[in-house]
Design a protein around this ligand. Structure first.
Ligand SMILES: Cc1cc2nc3c(=O)[nH]c(=O)nc-3n(C[C@H](O)[C@H](O)[C@H](O)COP(=O)(O)OP(=O)(O)OC[C@H]3O[C@@H](n4cnc5c(N)ncnc54)[C@H](O)[C@@H]3O)c2cc1C
Length: 413
């Protein structure tokens, strides 16, 4: 029997598969790797810079260039898709208003705009006049409270006010004798109520006079209320600051979405590359999956292709500088890389905007015509945005996944 095939388990693929399955469609999700969520901050950025800091992301979405992925979707659909994801995951995992950016501290002490955040993070919003204490753990690598507090204290808050920030340390190994534990080690330890109590007591002892205590984002992997437990003991709000990958908040979102997929009946083939396809009369008939016993054909009613961009290897540049999409050979907005990388490392590089163009339903096009009538694209493959600079990759992934799924659901109906 033909099923809807979703290729890719990043934010875009997971959202497309969930949305399709919730509409009662049989869905198979095939992915070679875990996608970018576990590397991310565990928040949902809609649009953070355009190019200046954005406070109202939907207003900025309304003003994007005509070749931007948001342009054909529009602010209302972007807001609805983000709200859908937030409500699917529930208030223990994602809160916020798609129309308003929060300005949260990073592990470098800079301030990043984001839209939906985990409830354990929101009290960390950088607001003028507030006093912050940043607490590090001696045995946890990659989080320096001096760096975070020093940079925060010398940066004006986005509202123009000044803030105070001071560092503090606690000494509490997650595992006896381990001197440079990762965030994941602490998160797993903090899933245990007794260890979380000891952690909270240690933080309370050093918090001093402040309005908010900033902590590394390790407050539990599976037990989502650890931040409340710590906050109650400390007697004031605490907030998580995401660390570099692997990211505990990102893994929380990934695992929660996988749980929703299982509950919705999605068949999930993880660790397998889609290597080819069969097409007839302008429609995809099947995709070929590299399975353990040899290639396997999966009959496809529709395909949502959400393979990411350069970072996942879906787009590649060869030694001649030619850019190609590797599975379907889809037409790209540019095919020669040398002109697309500028001399200034920090300046925008048009290479990152290369991808497929789509029609209003999200189908990759060659000229104006859909390449295959039943092939849809979502996420990082779609041209027109420098996602990491704009902080728009999450919002684009969710909005284009919902667009593709709804086009399939609507078309089938
Ligand atoms: C350094 C960096 C920093 C970034 N920072 C931000 C940021 O701060 N904010 C923001 O919003 N965005 C940011 N982005 C962009 C964001 O990470 C991406 O837009 C987002 O991850 C795209 O999600 P996706 O689901 O489209 O793809 P991915 O998360 O890349 O997932 C792709 C999936 O497809 C699978 N796959 C690929 N090809 C195949 C195949 N042939 N067969 C089977 N499976 C396949 C992969 O294994 C993976 O599961 C950043 C990107 C980079 C590179």
């Amino acid at each position: 029997m033909s099923r809807d095939i979703v290729i890719g388990a990043g934010l875009a693929g997971l959202c497309a598969a969930l949305r399709l399955a919730q509409a009662g469609r049989p869905v198979t999700l095939v992915a070679k790797g875990a996608g970018g969520l576990g590397l991310s901050q565990g928040t949902i950025d809609i649009l953070g810079y355009a190019p200046d800091r954005v406070f109202a992301p939907l207003d900025a979405v309304r003003a994007v260039a005509s070749d931007h992925p948001y342009s054909g979707i529009g602010p209302d659909a972007v807001a609805a898709s983000a709200a859908w994801l937030r409500d699917e995951l529930g208030p223990e995992l994602l809160v916020g208003d798609p129309g308003v950016n929060l300005h949260l501290p990073t592990a470098l002490g800079s301030i990043r705009p984001t839209c939906l955040a985990q409830p354990s993070m929101v009290e960390g919003a950088v607001v003028g006049g507030r006093r912050y204490v940043v607490v590090g753990v001696r045995q946890l690598k990659d989080f320096s409270p001096e760096l975070v507090a020093g940079n925060l204290a010398r940066t004006p808050a986005p509202d123009g006010g000044a803030i105070e920030a001071h560092p503090a340390w606690i000494d509490l190994p997650a595992r006896p004798g381990e001197a440079d534990a990762s965030g994941l080690t602490y998160a797993r330890a903090l899933d245990d109520v007794a260890f979380a109590d000891a952690f909270a007591a240690a933080v309370a002892a050093v918090a001093g006079e402040c309005d908010v205590v900033l902590l590394p984002a390790v407050l539990g992997l599976r037990r989502l209320g650890v931040w409340r437990q710590v906050s109650a003991r400390v007697g004031r709000p605490v907030a998580e600051v995401p660390l570099q990958p692997p990211s505990v908040p990102g893994i929380r979102l990934y695992e929660a979405l996988l749980g929703r997929l299982r509950a919705a009946g999605v068949r999930h083939v993880q660790g397998s590359l889609v290597t080819g396809f069969q097409a007839k009369d302008g429609r995809l008939r099947s995709v070929t999956v590299a399975a353990a016993g040899g290639p396997r054909e999966l009959a496809a009613a529709h395909v949502v292709y959400a393979p990411g961009g350069f970072e996942s290897g879906a787009l590649a540049v060869d030694s001649y500088g030619t850019i190609a999409e590797r599975l379907f050979g889809l037409p790209l907005t540019a095919s020669s890389s040398p002109d697309l990388v500028g001399p200034d490392f920090w300046a925008p590089h048009r290479l990152f905007q290369v991808g497929v163009r789509t029609d209003a339903a999200g189908r990759p096009v060659d000229g104006e015509a859909a390449v295959y009538a039943n092939l849809y694209a979502a996420g990082g493959l779609i041209a027109g945005a420098e996602r990491w600079r704009e902080k728009s990759g999450d919002g684009i992934a969710v909005a284009t996944a919902v667009r593709a799924a709804d086009a399939i659901i609507g078309g089938a109906a």
